[in-house]
Every structure is written in structure tokens, then in C-alpha cells.
Design a protein around this ligand. Structure first.
Ligand SMILES: Nc1nc2c(ncn2[C@@H]2O[C@H](COP(=O)(O)OP(=O)(O)O)[C@@H](O)[C@H]2O)c(=O)[nH]1
Ligand SMILES: [Mg+2]
Length: 481
């Protein structure tokens, strides 16, 4: 026998040995990782583990709870008075943030910015473009072209409805809202409208609203278990809290019905049997205005772009109304809710330190266009159940806006959330007016752009654009003061 077969055998043996070693070391690393994952228990850990390190805006100041107006002032007056003070507090912070972004946009630096990781979920949408610095540009803010002829009888609508929670006494303020919605949008598309009340609607309410809505109207009576104290709530403790909040003049702090309303909008509006037939909804409140034409079917837009949640105005919450909300969110996540976190979520919209604290940002829920299936899904159901058990709707005054917003920001991917920049909107005391003159002219808007809240100090919209990595509309900085 020659020496060569022996050498060959040696080489084969050595190769097998090396392959074996590589396999064992890889397997071992995965195993060690899986063990250490289990020992993570802070939200920061969970966040980093799921999404990696991200930049924070940790120097940002958070707004304090503000002095309230005397008790005899109306709520609108109170809100209108508070807003400028709040804006003052926030303006420095946002000025810096705004200036930074403006500079980035207007004076591209010579140094090459590292390209942001491309988010396939976002770029797969053909209307979005990735800019050189990695931000996402939605031409015309992602709004489809106007329809030139409006749908006729054969039009196939989305499975969608307007929805309004109201008392009989809200009728005439609500009539104004219906008028705006019909005039600017719904007379062209004729979607249905659901009205919900904890007491039966009276004949006049039904007659007037049915006459004004171009689609079909539906009326739902809320069952008592969706509008009362659950049996695990200590009513004496809740009453004590209301007294304390009354003394501190916290807005709606002493109100029982307001708390039922917030709990209902958080956990029950989408459970009403009359809502079962619908997939999409647009929430409308009494006393709102629409400032611009909406010449496309927003529900189709939601469906075509697989959007789950849309908003117009975004702002900071009163800290005292949600003192322990975020602690409960963290508890929910560490006690099994972590699995619901979306991969490309908007944690950085609601938190400036990767989830350790809530920055008070929320979408203003008096306007919402959303997919009911999100609230119906397992993630939100278990989230709401957890919060409801914790009792903060009654022991504090948790609003449906922060509850919805936190859920949407954590459990949805960012490309499922949309800012309706084109929908001019008013709910006292804030206005949303499309930023560019081009859009305001095109949509026949009647709002004053100087009053556009979007880029002002107390707005969270800049944070939304930053967290999402969206390019802001041209001219935003002129509207920031
Ligand atoms: N049926 C019913 N609706 C209510 C009650 N309280 C508030 N709402 C409705 O809940 C929504 C929010 O209330 P609103 O007073 O506008 O609160 P704000 O926008 O936070 O100042 C509106 O659509 C109201 O019509 C109530 O006690 N019963
Ligand atoms: Mg309202």
C-alpha cells in the first residue's frame, strides 16, 4: 500500500473533527443565549432583545401637570387656557428638536450619515420612498389622488362605519359634527353611522340624526356591565381619589361618568353587537369640525395600505391622570405580554428611554380611523383585561387615548399607523390644519395654518415623525411657533 491513502484518511479525519467543533460551538452559543433570555426582566431588556439598541431622546423634559382654571370655568376654557402654558413648557425642547431636523433637511452635512437599516415592511409599499438619510418620504403624505367623479349606486364600500358615543343632550353639538363629516366626506361615499349610549336614545335624537346621515344609522344601547364599576373595584377608594382630584382641580378628575366613558371607549365600544358587522370605524365626537374636503375613500385607503390606526392630533397626557399606567404596561409585558410586541413598533413614540418610562405622548382619540380587528385581537383584549383588573380607570383617571395609543404603538408595526396630515380637524381646543399651502388649496381648507397644532410645542406629532423616521411636510418649522 502506498502512503497516499493513509494521508487522505488523515485529512478526512481532520476535516470531520473541525466540522464537529464548529457545530458544537454554534449550538452552545444558541443555548447560552436562550438561557440568558429567560433571565431578562426589565422592559429595557425585553425591548433591546426584540429590537436592538435605538437612539433615545433622553434629555427631553416631560411636561408637568399644569395649574387648572377655577372650577366654574368650562372645560373648553380650561383646555384652551392650559394649552399655551403647556406649549411654553414644551417649546424649548421642541425648538431644539425642530431646529435639528430642519438643519438636517436644509443643510446636508458633508459627512456621510450612516444609512438607516431598511425596513422592508415599509418600503414594500410602492408609495413610500427612502430618502438619502434613511427617512421615509410619503409623497403627498401618502394620500391618493382625488376622485374626479364620485361613486354611484354600484359603489362597493368597505365594511366600515362612523361611530359616536353620545347622550341625548349632545344632539345639537353632534349635529354640527355630522354636518361637517357629511359635507366634506360622507355625502360622496354614504357610509353608515353607529350611535351608542348608556341610556336609550330618544325619538328626536333618532329622527334628527337619521335625517342627516347619508348612510344607514344604527343605535346601540350599552349594557350596564360595560358602564359601571366592576365588582373588584373598591368604590370607597375610588370616591376618595375623586375627592383628591377635585381638590387638585384635575380636569374631569371628580367625574364618575367620564371614567365610565374612558373605560367604555377603551374596552367595550368595539364589543357592542351593532359593531360586529363592521371592520373599519371612524370615531366622531360632538362639536368637532372638518376643515378640508376629503375626496377619496379613507376606509379604502386604510384597507389598501393595511393600516390599522389613523390619527390627526397627538399630544401629551396629564401626568396625574395616568400615574401608574406605565408601571402596569411594563408589568403586563413582563408577565407574558412580551410576545405581543410588534417587531417594528413605535416604542420610541411613547417612551424616550426604550420603555423604562412613559413620555405621555398619545394620539388624541376623539378622532380615530381604525381597524376594529386590532381591538378584537388577542393582544389588545388581554392588555385591556390586565389594565381593567389593575383598576386605574377608577383609582386614577386613565383615558382611552393613552390606553389605545400605547397599545397601537407597542403591538402594531409602525407602517400600520398613519397620520392623516390631510384631514383638517378641530376638537376644542386644538386645530389640525394641513401644513402645506398646496394641500390646503387643493382640499379647499378653511383653517388658519398659523393655528396648526401639529408642530407646536405641546404636540407629539414631531416625536411621531422622528420615531417613524418620516420626512416632515415642507414648511412645518414656520408653524412651530
Ligand atoms: N352616552 C354618554 N356619552 C358620554 C358621556 N360622557 C361623555 N360622553 C361622550 O363621550 C365622548 C367624550 O366626551 P367629551 O365630553 O367630549 O370628552 P372630552 O372630549 O375629553 O372633553 C363624547 O362623544 C361624548 O358625547 C355619558 O355620560 N354618556
Ligand atoms: Mg370631546
Amino acid at each position: 500500500m502506498s502512503r497516499y491513502p493513509k494521508l487522505l484518511r488523515l485529512v478526512v479525519l481532520l476535516t470531520l473533527l473541525i466540522l464537529g467543533l464548529v457545530y458544537i460551538s454554534t449550538y452552545h452559543r444558541e443555548y447560552v443565549n436562550s438561557i440568558s433570555d429567560k433571565s431578562m426582566n426589565t422592559i429595557s431588556d425585553i425591548y433591546k432583545q426584540n429590537f436592538g439598541e435605538t437612539t433615545t431622546e433622553s434629555e427631553e423634559q416631560q411636561p408637568e401637570v399644569l395649574e387648572e382654571k377655577p372650577e366654574n370655568a368650562s372645560n373648553d376654557e380650561k383646555k384652551a387656557e392650559e394649552a399655551p402654558k403647556e406649549q411654553e413648557q414644551q417649546s424649548n425642547e421642541n425648538e431644539n428638536e425642530n431646529k435639528n431636523q430642519e438643519q438636517e433637511q436644509e443643510q446636508p452635512s458633508n459627512q456621510e450619515e450612516p444609512k438607516k437599516e431598511v425596513d422592508n415592511a415599509v418600503t414594500s409599499n410602492p408609495q413610500f420612498k427612502i430618502t438619502d438619510n434613511g427617512d421615509i418620504d410619503k409623497p403627498n403624505n401618502g394620500i391618493p389622488p382625488k376622485l374626479t367623479t364620485f361613486p354611484g349606486a354600484e359603489y362597493v364600500r368597505e365594511n366600515a362605519t362612523f361611530v359616536t358615543l353620545a347622550r341625548n343632550s349632545d344632539l345639537w353639538e353632534l349635529v354640527e359634527s355630522i354636518n361637517h363629516v357629511e359635507d366634506r366626506f360622507n355625502r360622496k361615499f354614504k357610509y353608515d353611522w353607529v350611535f351608542l349610549n348608556d341610556k336609550p336614545f330618544d325619538e328626536n335624537f333618532i329622527k334628527v340624526t337619521t335625517n342627516l346621515v347619508s348612510g344607514k344609522t344604527h343605535y346601540g344601547l350599552i349594557p350596564p356591565e360595560h358602564w359601571s364599576f366592576p365588582d373588584w373595584i373598591d368604590k370607597d377608594r375610588a370616591a376618595l381619589v375623586r375627592e383628591e382630584m377635585r381638590a387638585k382641580k384635575i380636569i374631569y378628575g371628580d367625574s364618575v361618568p367620564y371614567r365610565h366613558m374612558c373605560r367604555f371607549e377603551s374596552g367595550f365600544f368595539w364589543r357592542q353587537p351593532v359593531m360586529n358587522q363592521f371592520k373599519y370605524y371612524w370615531r366622531v365626537e360632538p362639536g368637532i369640525k372638518l376643515y378640508c374636503d376629503i375626496d377619496y375613500d379613507v376606509f379604502k385607503y386604510m384597507a389598501e395600505n393595511k393600516l390599522k390606526y389613523g390619527f390627526t392630533i397627538s399630544l401629551y397626557e396629564y401626568r396625574e391622570t395616568i400615574a401608574t399606567l406605565w408601571d402596569n404596561v411594563k408589568k403586563f409585558l413582563t408577565e407574558g405580554g412580551e410576545k405581543y410586541l410588534a417587531k417594528n413598533n413605535l416604542m420610541n413614540y411613547v417612551s424616550d428611554n426604550n420603555g423604562d418610562d412613559y413620555n405621555l405622548c398619545h394620539f388624541w382619540s376623539n378622532f380615530e380611523i381604525g381597524d376594529l380587528d386590532f381591538w378584537r385581537g388577542e393582544a389588545y383584549r388581554s392588555f385591556f383585561k390586565f389594565l381593567d383588573q389593575a383598576g386605574g380607570f377608577f383609582y386614577e383617571r386613565w383615558g382611552d387615548a393613552p390606553v389605545h395609543s400605547i397599545a397601537a404603538s407597542l403591538f402594531l408595526n409602525k407602517n400600520e399607523i398613519h397620520h392623516f396630515e390631510d384631514i383638517g380637524y378641530y376638537h376644542a381646543p386644538f386645530h389640525h390644519c394641513p401644513t402645506t399651502e398646496e394641500m390646503r388649496t387643493d382640499r379647499r381648507c378653511v383653517c388658519n395654518p398659523d393655528e396648526n397644532f401639529a408642530w407646536k410645542g405641546y404636540s407629539c406629532t414631531p416625536k411621531f415623525y422622528n420615531a417613524y423616521g418620516l420626512t416632515r411636510p415642507k414648511g412645518w418649522s414656520e408653524q412651530s411657533e
